[in-house]
Design a protein around this ligand. Structure first.
Ligand SMILES: [Zn+2]
Length: 251
């Protein structure tokens, strides 16, 4: 956990310097850069075994605009390339020719619309998390790192039919102000301030699900008491939280 947090701290202190560099060495093509990020994220979750071909999806918001780039329907991770990525606006209208977008694009749109700081969203069917989602179990706070990165427990959503706006709404409810949730009988949804955050969160949810599942096999898992979590709340708020201030009171 510490290395990743140290890297994020360094990243935020380098932010202004990097912005200056970006202004002087403006990327040749911003769109290509975002497409490349989506491909990078997709290949990362595939290589970590969090998705199989044809399932799950990755999207990255186009800066502060009301459009984003998402993996195509029935995504083939191994051969995925920048041209396969689909550009959509928040009405779900394609802004690029080529492949059809992921059928879960509506869920991504619902999250981008209500969480303006979210820059990247990942949906997986990672096995242990999906097992928990099938029996309707979320993941309580069993390790400190889930508080720092995800904002606390990972809640389980109500059932929402795949490919509908409804699943976007149930995902949002389960997320609350946090960065991860389980989708009932389906899988995982995570959102982050950057693609790297989202990849990390998707990986972490699967690891936690595996640990929780394993702990349940041999005993009653002990949960970490709330009072021990204050300093992790500070790490979450300063580095990984991405909810609007107006949502804070709902916590
Ligand atoms: Zn799915």
């Amino acid at each position: 956990m510490c290395n990743f947090i140290a890297k994020q701290r360094k990243n935020s202190s380098n932010y202004i310097f990097n912005r200056v560099l970006i202004i002087y060495f403006m990327p040749i093509n911003k769109e290509e850069q975002v497409r490349n990020e989506v491909v990078r994220g997709a290949k990362a979750i595939f290589s970590k075994g969090l998705v199989e071909a044809g399932e799950g999806n990755v999207s990255v918001r186009n800066g502060k605009k009301e459009d984003f780039f998402i993996t195509p329907s029935f995504n083939q991770y191994e051969t995925l390339k920048e041209d396969d990525i689909v550009h959509l606006n928040f009405e779900g209208v394609p802004l690029s020719a080529g492949k059809l977008p992921s059928t879960e694009a509506k869920m991504h749109i619902a999250i981008y619309k209500s969480r303006p700081k979210v820059q990247a969203i990942i949906h997986t069917h990672s096995p242990f998390a999906t097992i928990l989602s099938i029996v309707g179990k979320g993941i309580p706070v069993i390790m400190e790192e889930m508080y720092a990165f995800l904002g606390g427990s990972v809640e389980i959503s109500k059932y929402g039919e795949a490919h509908t706006t409804e699943i976007g709404n149930v995902a949002l409810n389960a997320l609350g102000i946090k960065n991860a949730a389980l989708l009932a009988n389906h899988g995982v949804i995570v959102c982050g301030k950057s693609l790297d955050h989202s990849v990390k969160f998707a990986e972490l949810v699967e690891k936690l699900a595996k640990m929780y599942w394993g702990a349940l096999q041999i005993g009653k898992p002990n949960l970490i008491p709330e009072e021990n979590l204050e300093r992790f709340q500070k790490i979450f708020d300063s580095l990984f939280a991405n909810y609007p201030r107006s949502m804070r009171k709902k916590k």
